[in-house]
Design a protein around this ligand. Structure first.
Ligand SMILES: Cc1cc2nc3c(=O)[nH]c(=O)nc-3n(C[C@H](O)[C@H](O)[C@H](O)COP(=O)(O)OP(=O)(O)OC[C@H]3O[C@@H](n4cnc5c(N)ncnc54)[C@H](O)[C@@H]3O)c2cc1C
Length: 453
């Protein structure tokens, strides 16, 4: 690549990671503030090939989100420069090629992301390139609020209290122009991969904004009432995939919605996302290790695990949730709690196996929110009541009283009239719907005994 010929303009590199947007983007704004020309780029990290980018739902969402970002940058006179390889090597190679003396990038919270940034800093320093980090992942930056002993918060409510009292920075406008030096080859996005869930939503900043606006008009006001837990009504925002890749800015979403009717309970949910991010940032090992002791001895039951993954446990709400995951790459929060409880408490299967299955399918699959929600439900995490158990039939009658959620996802039960939450043996036999793989009450007795040991 030839050096760009923009005379005397100081060039900065804006490295996009999980902030794939032009609105309220501190990395892009920071790069523009300090330099006359900016090279916006994304590097497909070879080291992530086996994990995040490899899950087809998220890989497709990523490519679509990058294509949308490229369009938004082109509208502003630039283009997204795409590279692939060792992330640190490629970022510095690009900085060198375009004469950038500063690299702007957002901080992230997983152990891998933190190590990667550390390597970038060290190698950039050797190359005489400055690295400026920005906060864009959460509403309140991880690490800014510390518990009594100086560590991360392990309990949500006191964190939420501090989080609510802290002023937020102003929302940054999208830049009108992004001056880019000439002579930088943009590179090419890979094709959108196949193998995605048929009902997976498309990625991109515009998609996320359109979804948020439509949901806000229709459902925000009742979110804190019945909306949040209405399985059949499907009345939550479904913006989690857009927040995960930063197509939407959590700070902008929170700022715009907090004072509207229904805004407060919605923004409280965004605080859960921040809460888990600050915990993972401080203790990255909890992506694998239990946050607290007290786990039972997990069982290796491959047949039961396979039935759970396929949505064939014989518990209609559990099966509806698991089949929604396969059909859409997304699952309602209430169903996530019930299926996770069923795996870890009724089946006594290690939460890590469930979390890995979720990560293989979820569009919003996020190390902090996924692993730590799993731990919360499994009783090894931050729930102050680790003995909590969800009875899948009771939950179904309460949150899917008409059975519409179950009928939508469990084909065998779609035509069954009346109560679908505990079908009698004759209905199961006639429809081909499986018998329960465990008795809930016996299973929970076993789990309680195992926990006491
Ligand atoms: C076992 C389990 C695994 C989960 N895995 C993930 C995951 O990988 N990625 C993920 O984003 N969420 C995860 N969640 C949290 C929650 O289920 C989803 O964020 C939510 O269902 C997304 O739908 P929504 O956007 O319609 O949420 P809404 O109800 O509209 O909430 C708005 C936003 O608040 C945040 N939020 C809401 N609830 C939670 C929560 N409990 N924890 C953290 N953030 C929350 C999300 O960013 C969400 O988009 C998990 C929950 C459980 C119980």
């Amino acid at each position: 690549m030839s050096r760009p010929s923009l005379p005397d303009a100081e060039v900065a590199l804006a490295v996009f990671t999980r902030d794939l947007r032009v609105r309220d983007n501190p990395v892009l704004t920071g790069a523009l503030d300090g330099a006359g020309a900016v090279v916006p780029c994304f590097v497909f990290d070879d080291a992530m090939g086996a994990t995040a980018h490899a899950a087809p739902n998220r890989a497709g969402f990523l490519v679509e989100s990058l294509a949308a970002l490229d369009r938004a940058l082109r509208d502003r006179g630039a283009a997204l420069v795409v590279r692939r390889g060792d992330w640190v090597v490629e970022v510095l190679r690009l900085a060198h090629a375009c004469g950038a003396r500063t690299v702007h990038v957002a901080r992230d919270v997983s152990g891998y992301a933190q190590r990667r940034l550390g390597r970038l800093r060290a190698e950039a320093a050797r190359a005489g390139v400055a690295v400026r980090t920005h906060e864009s992942l959460t509403v309140v930056p991880p690490g800014e609020l510390r518990a009594g002993g100086g560590g991360p918060y392990l309990v949500f409510t006191p964190y939420f209290r501090r989080w609510s009292a802290r002023p937020w920075r102003p929302v940054l406008p999208a830049p009108r122009r992004v001056p880019m030096p000439p002579g930088v080859a943009p590179g090419r996005l890979p094709p959108v991969p196949g193998g995605r869930a048929p009902g997976a939503v498309p990625g991109g900043e515009d998609e996320g904004l359109a979804r948020l606006r439509a949901w806000n008009r229709a459902h925000l006001a009742d979110y804190g009432g019945s909306g949040h837990d209405d399985l059949a009504g499907d009345r939550t925002s479904r913006v989690s995939p857009y927040l995960h890749l930063g197509c939407l800015s959590p700070l902008e979403v929170a700022t715009r919605l907090r004072d509207r009717p229904g805004g407060a309970p919605f923004v409280r949910q965004l605080c859960w996302r921040d809460f888990y991010a600050q915990l993972l940032a401080a203790r990255p090992e909890v992506a694998r290790d239990d946050v607290r002791a007290g786990a039972p001895r997990w069982r290796d039951d491959d047949a039961a695990f396979a039935a759970w993954c396929a949505g064939r446990t014989g518990y209609p709400l559990v099966d509806a949730g698991m089949r929604q995951l396969l059909a859409e790459g997304w699952m309602h929060n209430r169903a996530r709690m019930v299926v996770a409880s069923f795996l870890t408490k009724d089946l006594m299967i290690d939460w890590r196996r469930g979390a890995a299955h979720f990560m293989a399918h979820l569009l919003d699959g996020d190390v902090a929110s996924n692993q730590l929600n799993w731990q919360w439900v499994a009783g090894t995490g931050t729930d102050t009541n680790p003995h909590r158990v969800y009875n899948p039939t009771v939950q179904a009658r309460r949150f899917d009283p008409g059975g519409a959620y179950v009928r939508r996802y469990v084909d065998e039960l779609a035509g069954v009239a009346g109560d679908v939450h505990d079908p009698p043996p004759a209905v199961r036999a006639a429809t081909g719907y499986p018998d329960p793989i465990v008795d809930h009450h016996e299973a929970i007795e076993r789990w309680r005994a195992a926990r006491r040991r």
